[in-house]
Design a protein. Structure first.
Ligand code: UDP
Length: 316
């Protein structure tokens, strides 16, 4: 059945892949974005499609639309961006969630919240299962995002209990791939661009902190399996459990690009989590989902994307 689907943050890195997939599946898509970090460039494949529409709107303000389903993916997710205007980040997480839940309630729509591994903070439990309650700073520089996203989850469960809204919560771990922004300060994009331009690779701290990186196609598959699944509100972790230290990631990217870059160390940001790795047993058992792209394969495709982007810019 053709649905009318709202994707907030639809012009962003992950949101744009969701919009494309929905259009491919034959739905009518309304992409809502305030273009703070999203860009129309991410949507070139569907901009002219008659079943696609862009709404420039900030979800911190209510909106009245008729929809059947909502993906709530609006919020800057890179530390550099979400810390640039922390008050707006909290508003986007909390007011945004309230506004979208209100819309879901009125229209009877199923609504998915893009939550995050950041709700686990600097975790003392490893790997992180959905039952882990997290170790989050209340007042640190990351708190606007972490606590904002925690509060968003809370309000999702309250709308479910109090108003019977059909909610879905996924917790997204570090994700990478084409359409990451060049200047968003993320480790994968930073390292690849530094390597491709033979600049120093900036490892923060001694690089012993770990992350687990999921290729965007794998994540999007998990998102759609979750959205379609009945009787599974979540929360469900979505990420790739293959863990690597940031120092080794730098080395891997140097090797894959054949770069002459040197690794240098810079100051570790405050509250930077020391380790992060998803336990994906629930996604695996309930959705039959697991990532299929090895890091080497995913990184090669991402390197190719940034290489083309840099070449185009040089041509300009
Ligand atoms: N990082 C780094 N160099 C960079 C950018 C990031 O060493 O140029 C580190 C950062 O301190 C963190 C990890 O890489 O430990 C992942 O950072 P990112 O901002 O990509 O994501 P998050 O911290 O939200 O997981």
């Amino acid at each position: 059945m053709k649905k009318r689907v709202l994707v907030t943050g639809g012009a962003g890195f992950i949101g744009s892949f969701i919009c494309e997939r929905l259009v491919e599946e034959g739905h009518y898509v309304i992409c809502c974005d305030n273009f703070y970090t999203g860009t129309k460039n991410n949507l070139v494949n569907i901009l002219d499609n008659k079943d696609f529409e862009i709404l420039r709107h900030d979800i911190t303000f209510p909106t009245y639309l008729e929809v059947d389903e909502i993906f709530n993916f609006a919020c800057p997710a890179s530390p550099v961006h979400y810390q640039n205007d922390p008050v707006q980040t909290v508003k986007t997480c909390v007011h945004g969630a309230i506004n979208m839940l209100g819309l879901a309630k009125r229209t009877g729509s199923r609504i998915m919240q893009a939550s995050t591994s950041e709700i686990y903070g600097d975790p003392e439990v490893h790997p992180q299962s959905e039952s882990y309650k997290g170790a989050v700073s209340i007042d640190g520089p990351r708190a606007c995002y972490d606590e904002g996203k925690r509060c968003a989850e809370t309000i999702f469960w309250d709308y479910q209990r109090q108003h019977n809204v059909d909610v879905k919560v996924i917790r997204i771990f570090n994700t990478y791939g084409p359409r990451m922004q060049k200047h968003d300060g993320r480790v994968v994009s930073n390292f690849i661009i530094q390597a491709l331009t033979n600049k120093n690779i900036t490892v923060y701290g001694d690089g012993s902190q770990t992350r687990s990186f999921c290729y965007v196609d794998d994540l999007v598959n998990g998102i759609f399996l979750m959205m379609k699944k009945e009787n599974l509100p979540g929360p469900v972790n979505l990420g790739n459990p293959s863990e690597i230290s940031i120092y080794n990631l730098a080395q891997e990217i140097i090797d894959l690009t054949g770069s002459k870059s040197k690794i240098i160390n810079k100051e570790l940001p405050v509250d930077d989590p020391k380790q992060r790795c998803p336990n994906i047993e629930i996604a695996n058992k309930e959705l039959g989902w697991q990532p299929s792209f090895d890091r080497e394969v995913g990184l090669k495709m991402t390197i190719e994307y940034f290489d083309e982007l840099l070449n185009k810019e040089k041509l300009k």
